[in-house]
Design a protein around this ligand. Structure first.
Ligand code: M6R
Length: 600
């Protein structure tokens, strides 16, 4: 989703900004821009399309040591040069970039900006024009800035240049993530630490309703009452090489291949000196005391939650409900007497989930976040955090974060069960190790999956994924992977449900991918496959060793039946990857999508 960078120091700002924006490309965007403050004023360059298109428009001879930049993912107005950020006030004095959504932009326009000819369709331009209107009424810049922020409804991360104060970048934040990075003789602004790792690993977190005055030698944080706030920086635990593709053609393929390593790392991180799996006792107490767990998540993380429910209910015997965050916030079910909320989010920034977390905290409930990003909003605002230790996930399509979420959820279930004296009949460390090896075997047989993918997607516009029990949840994830990167209409279905309507869509040659990894439903899912084959479907059965039958196209190594989702998802990830390649799609940056969805 939208990204922000800013630099103030002695170097050529435009190069730092453009490199920073390139690091934010993975988040998804459709236009970009920078504004730099040279000796003779502010210069804005913006373009629809890729950062490479923006680079081509920037005047390389201009030197400026201060600037701000932005990648835009369109919400208000189409992707275009005029809607791209930065936006400027009428006089050109103020130039601003913004992430988030201003919900009352129309009201502000009607009340304060009727005399102004806006140049874009964005909610962002309203902010910069409103600041100037307030300054024109005689307020000092800082007062005008704060007055404007107080009137905004919605979410924002803002960086602003003021031509009359060329030695400052002004920053503000509410709901949307924003960090200030500290350097020697320079400081930076970034919506994601990755953007500025090139120059610093020291960052200061910003809280909602704070403004920051960023100069090259110092940084002052204030609240909207004007009181100064002291906050120590933290060191971003990110290795710049983690965010490079290396020899891989795409991040997605690299991240699929990293899954065995990630599972082994998780085992290590959650093991104590005697080799037992362990989790902060306070978390285990909270899980054990809950009469019901509510898992809140979106997209792939929601799919991980569905599998996690099976782990927790089967091992720890605590009832679990799994909810889509964007629905839960506006349609809250009747809660149990003593609920515990688990938020699953790779990025830790998903606005839909955060909106629920805010409500849940207001109601006084306990929240645990399972995330890949330490210090992310969902992590900071929950009572507890469990980290995924998956390393940065750059491809928009989530792969290694999903398997990491499953591994951490399994560990949470196992440790809770043991804490409650439940016999689980499974050595999880051993079984996760077997799962990691099995994924390695699958990653080594990519060619076979590539062949199958090419064969199945040749002529198709749609595909179905069917499974029963835990396989069904993996089918939902397999279908999401295929549709988001290859644009093939794909749906995951419970094998038995298809005949209640959707089977009408099966035509001659429609691919139906069936998972058969569960002994208890092996024969019955095969019956469902026969039903679609009888109507012309082109079946692709993926079974687990020991359950295979003659027509099965792919047989995955045997693992504990509860842990099959960690393995069966891998051929589906690879299937989607090769299908997208075959269709010439931009695998890592699929159209219309953003990595971190920071608007509701
Ligand atoms: O960062 P989160 O896990 O909260 O993100 C949730 C979804 O936006 C995300 O999983 C999305 O569905 C992925 N693009 C799927 O590959």
């Amino acid at each position: 989703m939208c990204g922000i960078v800013g630099y103030i120091g002695n170097q050529d700002a435009k190069e730092v900004l453009l490199k920073g924006l390139e690091k934010l490309e993975y988040r998804g965007y459709d236009s970009s821009g920078i504004a730099i403050m040279s000796e003779n004023g502010i210069h804005v360059f913006k373009e629809k399309g890729r950062i490479a298109d923006l680079r081509a428009t920037v005047d390389n001879d201009l030197f400026a040591a201060t600037g701000i930049g932005h990648t835009r993912w369109a919400t208000h107005g189409v992707p275009s040069q005029s809607n791209a950020h930065p936006h400027q006030s009428v006089s050109g004095r103020f130039t601003l970039v913004h992430n988030g959504v201003i919900e009352n932009d129309e009201l502000l326009k009607q009340e304060y900006l009727m005399d102004i000819a806006l140049k874009s369709d964005t909610d962002t331009e309203v902010v910069v024009q409103f600041i100037e209107v307030n300054v024109n009424k005689g307020l000092s810049f800082e007062d005008a800035f704060i007055k404007t922020l107080k009137e905004l409804k919605g979410s924002y991360a803002i960086a602003l240049l003021d031509e009359q104060n060329p030695d400052v970048i002004y920053v503000a934040k509410n709901k949307s993530p924003l960090l200030v990075g500290l350097g020697k003789g320079f400081n930076v602004v970034a919506s994601d630490a990755m953007a500025m790792l090139q120059v610093t690993d020291q960052f200061v977190e910003l809280m909602d309703q704070e403004i920051v005055i960023v100069k090259k030698e110092d940084v002052t944080i204030k609240n909207l009452q004007g009181e100064v706030i002291e906050r120590a920086p933290y060191t971003a635990q990110l290795d710049a090489s983690d965010i490079e593709k290396g020899t891989y053609p795409h991040f997605m393929l690299k991240e699929i291949d990293e899954q065995p390593l990630v599972i082994r790392k998780i085992i290590q991180e959650y093991q104590n000196a005697t080799g037992q799996l362990t989790i902060d006792p306070e978390i285990i107490e909270a899980v054990s005391e809950a009469d019901r767990i509510y898992v809140i998540a979106a997209g792939t993380s929601y799919h991980a939650g569905l599998v996690g429910k099976q782990f927790i209910e089967k091992l720890a015997k605590v009832p679990v409900e799994v909810h889509i965050s964007s629905e839960f916030g506006y349609n809250m079910p009747l809660l149990s007497a003593n609920p515990l909320f688990i938020f699953i989010s790779q990025s830790g920034e998903t606005a839909d989930s955060r909106a629920v977390l805010v409500q849940v905290k207001k109601l006084g409930h306990i929240a645990l976040t399972i995330t890949n990003v330490p210090g992310s909003t969902l992590s900071r605002e929950a009572d507890f955090t469990l980290l995924l230790h998956a390393g940065p996930e750059i491809a928009v399509a989530s792969t290694k974060a999903y398997t990491a979420q499953l591994a951490v959820l399994a560990i949470l279930a196992e440790v809770t069960a043991k804490n409650n004296g439940k016999e689980i009949g499974l050595d999880l460390v051993r079984e996760l190790g077997i799962a990691a090896n099995a994924i390695e075997v699958l990653c080594d047989s990519k060619e076979e999956i590539e062949k199958v993918a090419y064969e199945y997607v040749q002529m198709t516009r749609n595909a179905f994924f069917i499974g029963r029990g835990i396989d069904y949840y993996v089918c939902l994830e397999g279908a999401l992977k295929l549709k988001e990167i290859s644009y093939i209409q794909a749906e995951g279905f419970a094998g038995g449900e298809l005949k209640h309507g959707t089977i009408a869509l099966i035509e001659e040659g429609t691919p139906v991918i069936a998972l058969a990894t569960q002994e208890s439903v092996n024969l019955i899912i095969r019956g469902n496959v026969k039903e679609v084959v009888a109507r012309g479907a082109n079946p692709l059965i993926i079974s687990m060793k020991g359950l295979e039958m003659t027509d099965d196209r792919l047989v995955i190594p045997e693992v504990h039946e509860l842990l099959t989702p960690l393995i069966s998802v891998v051929p589906l990830q690879l299937f989607a990857y090769y299908a997208a390649l075959h269709r010439d799609c931009d695998v890592d940056k699929p159209r219309n999508l953003a990595k971190s969805v920071t608007v509701e």
